[in-house]
Design a protein around this ligand. Structure first.
Ligand code: M6P
Ligand code: ZN
Length: 187
């Protein structure tokens, strides 16, 4: 038997950085079409801020193995809408995932292919179970970076297609100084 070598890494709980991980940066310009307020999007695009960074330790796409990643989701809004991750189904749709809040505040929007949505608030220590078949997107509702750890099957993959086209059935906005989860008018 050719065994893989076990290892441990230390997540920097202040910055979310995992030493030795692959770093992915998503700027606002990578998210065209994702936010509702197109005028606000074009305006903020002049600065093209980083919306989030992902530090991932990933294995070959094989059944039974696991990947893990931290995400640093920056605070900000496009119009009334809080910054969020793109969101995805898994390419192998029946694969589940676990998230754990590390720093900052926000939440997760989840959705079935039929459009049933669920909002789960997250703070440091919150563990979220993402069941098979549910799309998932995280949202930063605070004013500091929202950092969390995700653990997911190595063969789960990402399916961005339908979320890119239609988004989620709910959006998370700030209105009258409050965080509100409301129906997506474009859905
Ligand atoms: C988490 C995990 C990753 C994912 C990342 C960013 O770290 O779920 O698999 O890539 O969040 O989310 P997205 O891929 O939707 O942009
Ligand atoms: Zn996932």
């Amino acid at each position: 038997m050719d065994y893989k070598t076990p290892f441990g890494v230390k997540i920097d709980l202040e910055t979310g950085v995992i030493p030795g991980a692959n770093k992915l940066v998503r700027r606002l310009s990578d998210m065209r079409g994702y936010f509702l307020d197109e005028k606000a999007y074009e305006e903020l695009l002049k600065e093209d801020p980083i919306v989030y960074e992902v530090y991932a330790i990933e294995q070959e796409e094989k059944e039974g193995d696991l990947n893990f990643a931290t995400t640093v989701l920056y605070p900000g809004k496009v119009g009334k809408e809080f910054f969020f991750t793109k969101g995805h189904y898994h390419a192998k749709a029946d694969r589940a995932e676990i998230y754990c809040g590390i720093k900052g505040r926000g939440g997760m929007l989840l959705q079935t292919p039929e459009g049933e949505a669920k909002w789960i608030p997250m703070e440091p220590g919150t563990v979220v179970y993402v069941p098979p078949y549910w799309a998932h997107r995280t949202v930063n509702t605070g004013n500091e970076p929202f950092i969390f750890l995700a653990i997911y099957p190595a063969d789960a993959g990402h399916d961005y297609g339908s979320i890119k086209e239609k988004g989620f059935s709910k959006i998370v906005i700030e209105e009258d100084g409050e965080v509100k989860v409301v129906d997506n008018p474009r859905w």
